[in-house]
Design a binder for this molecule. Structure first.
Ligand code: URA
Length: 445
């Protein structure tokens, strides 16, 4: 077997065998296959695609390239969730404690923000003292005692994906459904949970720009789950505008804390109830999604989810005074209120552009390793369908870099388009994909 023949086969659109896929993934991971050959194979996959069996084989080869977390020491079924990326996406901060409060352990590895999307690990690090690295023993103990632990991905988790993603990033081969599915699922399967709920975002701020593409990605990942013996659901959610109100690390933690105390934006609530509900359903803690969502609404309203978040923060060394009083969280030195310059209805928002505006303010990083400003970000009132009069507040920009305000404001304004006629508010959730395929969303939460 050699890489030249494997590349040639895929170039002609032929199906690769499991052995060929393992040969390529293992050889690239151990360095015996060079970047230029892997790049050629990735480009051929991008152009010719892979069938379900090939995609599953690639996922499993990538999963097996490092260690696989053994969560068997934690009793019961364990649940995990993952988002394909968004702007203002603080869902993990909420669903972890909500689900843990109802007795389902959540052992989660999360990533950092890159480009226009944020990352849970950066958000948690805005809480003074919070540690995103725990020893294996401490991680397991926290999941057993508190029901929830969230840490950064260990270097040993799916190392093939780390190398392949870095190559895809510079060879224009990120936007391939089988490659995205294999990348995400290899890490999720290596994380060891029994039930995985995927938040597949769709729209201007997401990888998937259209509903058919989002459904295809969701179906591909659910099929990989089936082939691996795990229960996987995917929820297709809207990312055509900011989720909730805030974008930025400390700002999103603050929003999450108020949300866990019951003061939660409608779109964020619906998203969290649905994702957390599927985690409970998959772990057999509810007979239906409706029943699960009712129970979750109760833990939001009666303070159990909030108390679970407090216990989780304390167990990872975070100073809970910042949670009890979120106004203590890092605050930016400068702020600017951005006001509407015309009357009209907000017709559309480019969520990616808003995310990029928050990066300029310091809330995100352009490239891996860049420093971020925990207090920077955007308080956003510009929701599609809302009417604004000249002078109404669209958003507030927060930053320590005063010199960034003009560029951030200009970019933010360029993301919005107004018109004279009213438009409907966009859907928050388009549907759910499970092993039976796509079902349009029908719940009235
Ligand atoms: N997120 C990932 O982890 N991998 C991809 O390929 C795309 C998004």
């Amino acid at each position: 077997m050699n890489m030249y023949d494997i590349i040639t086969k895929k170039k002609h659109g032929e199906t690769l065998t499991e052995d060929e896929i393992r040969f390529a993934v293992n050889g690239f991971t151990d360095g015996s296959i060079p970047d230029y050959q892997m790049s050629a194979l990735l480009m051929a996959i991008c152009l010719k695609g892979m069938n379900d069996a090939e995609t599953a084989a690639m996922t499993f080869a990538m999963r097996d390239s490092g260690s696989i977390a053994d969560l068997s020491g934690i009793p019961g079924l364990k649940a995990d969730k993952h988002s394909t990326g968004g702007v203002g996406d603080k869902v993990s901060l909420l669903v972890g404690p909500m689900v843990a409060a109802l007795g389902v352990p959540v052992a989660k590895m999360s990533g950092r923000g890159l480009g226009h999307t944020g990352g849970t690990i950066d958000k948690l690090e805005s809480i003074p003292g919070f540690s995103v690295t725990l020893s294996n023993e401490q991680f397991m103990e926290n999941v057993r005692n508190v029901g929830l632990a969230i840490v950064g991905q260990s270097d040993d988790l799916a190392p093939a994906d780390k190398k392949m993603y870095a190559l895809r990033d510079v060879t224009a081969t990120v936007d391939s459904i089988p490659l995205i599915a294999a990348s995400i699922m290899s890490k999720k399967l290596a994380s060891g949970s029994d039930v995985i709920v995927l938040d597949v975002t769709m729209g201007s701020g997401a990888f998937m720009k259209t509903l058919p593409e989002a459904i295809k990605l969701a179906e591909t990942m659910v099929k990989i789950g089936e082939a691996s013996g795990k229960k996987v659901y995917a929820v297709i959610t809207d990312m055509n505008q900011v989720l909730g109100t805030y974008v930025g690390n400390a700002l999103e933690v603050r929003e999450a804390v108020y949300a866990l105390r019951g003061n939660i934006a409608d779109d964020l609530k619906r998203t969290c109830l649905t994702i957390a509900g599927l985690m409970l359903l998959g772990c057999k803690k509810a007979k239906s999604l409706e029943e699960a969502m009712d129970a979750l609404e109760e833990v939001l309203n009666d303070g159990r989810a909030y108390r679970s978040f407090l216990a989780f923060v304390a167990a990872q060394g975070g100073d809970v005074r910042y949670i009890e009083n979120p106004e203590l969280l890092p605050k930016a030195a400068c702020k600017r209120v951005v006001k509407a310059e015309e009357d009209g209805y907000l017709l559309s928002v480019n969520a990616e552009t808003i995310g990029r505006s928050s990066v300029i303010l310091g809330a995100g990083r352009e490239k891996k390793g860049d420093p971020i400003d925990m207090a920077a970000g955007i308080e956003n009132y510009a929701k599609v369908g809302r009417r604004f009069n000249t002078g109404d507040e669209l958003c507030v920009l927060y930053t320590d870099r005063e010199e960034s305000l003009d560029a951030a404001e200009a970019l933010y304004r360029s993301a919005l388009s107004f018109g004279a006629l009213p438009v409907c508010e966009p859907t928050t959730i388009y549907g759910i994909v499970d092993e039976n395929g796509f079902t349009p969303y029908k719940y009235n939460k």
